[in-house]
Write a protein that binds this ligand. Structure first.
Ligand code: NAD
Length: 399
């Protein structure tokens, strides 16, 4: 009998997976809350931003993913009353016995002057669509300008941050520039694509030999890499580096890092590194019936913070689901132990780098692995139909 209410806030990778897992048990009613009725595969939105994949190719209807034991409410949560176990939403209060916070992350601007106001972030489907439309607008505007300096400013595209998001965006954009140049009649030589990274090198998560390969591939696609170059200031005309150098550009895509969702500050729970919710080894917050999973949780294992990755989102969802059922049914809870197999990064459509520590792959095989992981994630969310749609989008609906 379903006599307990489990409420999950957020339908990203972690929240959706938890809803799917918990919906299978018949001891609880599971209510998944999300502000939109689609789940967005954030790990693929750079493909939308570069106008290669249609937005609906990365957005999945939530109702199609959850199991019959779970229900979905499309609404916005305004606050949580932990004492009386109530979640306040746009459609009224919802009581809970157990609550899972899976509210994700958002871009971190590190207080850089003008960054929030004048850059494009890449952390939602809307962000990706905005970037895609803006890039096309820059090409159209450049066509009308006679002044060489003004054209240069319109056709300079800067990516701030050479981490995984920045490099994936640069790889995609580098491949779409020749098509855009042809379509708009703009000489390709007038277009600049620059990755600006604060650290001595891009992709610090990869092994040095793989970083070298990534650099080579990006440079062969015409991407200029500026390392040791922290961005200090941004305005409507461009950006300024620590060295004092200025880059005149109308497009800065900011991929300099992420932090916990600002909604977390309203909750009044203890906050750990980068604005995320502190949890114990069972993924519980200071309220034992409230769990935090995925990107919004600050999890420290053996003294080190666990990175924000899709596989961590899935694993934390499984662990929290197990622990809640353990509490309801009276068996032992599990401590969360991350299993991080490695990193796979794409640089455009056909080149990837997969770093699994002792073994690594580059090129087309690594991209195929990335696609297989995507399919594995979609299947883990439990819907075979969505997997077929994913494959169909990749084959038939590319722009
Ligand atoms: P990140 O923190 O991994 O990388 C941000 C980069 O921006 C860093 O290299 C940093 O040095 C640089 N930076 C910060 N401030 C700067 C400044 N002022 N000027 C210039 N550069 C600056 O962030 P991300 O790449 O957005 O990734 C966020 C999370 O998402 C990570 O946990 C990552 O693992 C995950 N992710 C994974 C994949 C994948 O697995 N393929 C892809 C994208 C994102």
């Amino acid at each position: 009998m379903r006599d307990k209410n489990i409420v999950i806030i957020g339908a990203g990778y972690a929240g959706l997976r938890a809803a799917r897992k918990l919906g299978k048990y018949n001891s609880a009613r599971v209510i998944l809350i999300n502000k939109d009725d689609v789940h967005v595969r954030l790990s693929e939105i750079h493909e939308v931003a570069a106008n290669r994949v249609e937005p609906d190719g990365v957005a999945v209807p939530i109702r199609g993913c959850i199991s019959s034991g779970a229900s979905f409410v499309k609404t916005v949560v305004s606050r949580v009353d932990f004492e009386h176990k109530q979640v306040f939403t746009g459609t009224g209060p919802i009581g809970y016995d157990y609550l899972i916070l899976a509210i994700g992350s958002e871009p971190e601007f590190f207080g850089i002057s003008g960054m929030k106001e004048h850059s494009f972030t890449l952390w939602s489907l809307d962000d990706a669509m905005r970037i895609g439309a803006h890039i096309e607008k820059m090409f159209t505007a450049a066509l009308k300008k006679r002044d060489a300096q003004k054209r240069k400013e319109l056709l300079t595209f800067v990516i701030g941050g050479g981490g995984l998001t920045g490099v994936e965006m640069a790889g995609e954009l580098a491949e779409s520039i020749p098509c855009l140049s042809k379509r708009y009649g703009v000489p390709q030589g007038e277009v600049s694509l620059i990755v600006v990274e604060a650290l001595p090198d891009i992709l610090p998560v990869l092994k040095p030999n793989l970083i070298k390969k990534a650099r080579k591939v990006l440079e062969s696609k015409g991407v200029q890499l500026m390392t040791n170059s922290p961005i200090m200031k941004v305005d409507s005309t461009g950006l300024e580096l620590k060295s004092g150098e200025k880059i005149a550009a109308r497009t800065l895509i900011w991929t300099g890092g992420v932090r916990g969702n600002t909604f977390i500050e309203k909750l009044g729970l203890p906050i750990g590194g980068r604005g995320r919710i502190k949890v114990n080894e069972y993924l519980q917050t200071t309220h034992p019936d409230v769990y935090a999973i995925g990107d919004c949780a600050h999890i420290v294992v053996d003294g080190a913070p666990v990175p924000q990755q899709v596989e961590v989102a899935f694993q934390t969802a499984d662990c929290a689901a197990h622990n809640i059922m353990a509490d309801i049914r009276g068996y032992d809870k599990k401590k969360y132990r991350p299993k991080i197999y490695g990193t796979v990064v794409s640089i455009g459509r056909r080149y990837g780098i997969a770093d699994f520590g002792t073994i690594s792959f580059t090129g087309l095989f690594a991209i195929m692995l990335k696609r297989l992981f995507d399919i594995h994630y979609i299947l883990s969310l439990g819907c075979f139909r969505l997997t077929l749609e994913y494959v169909a989008h990749r084959i038939f609906r590319k722009r």
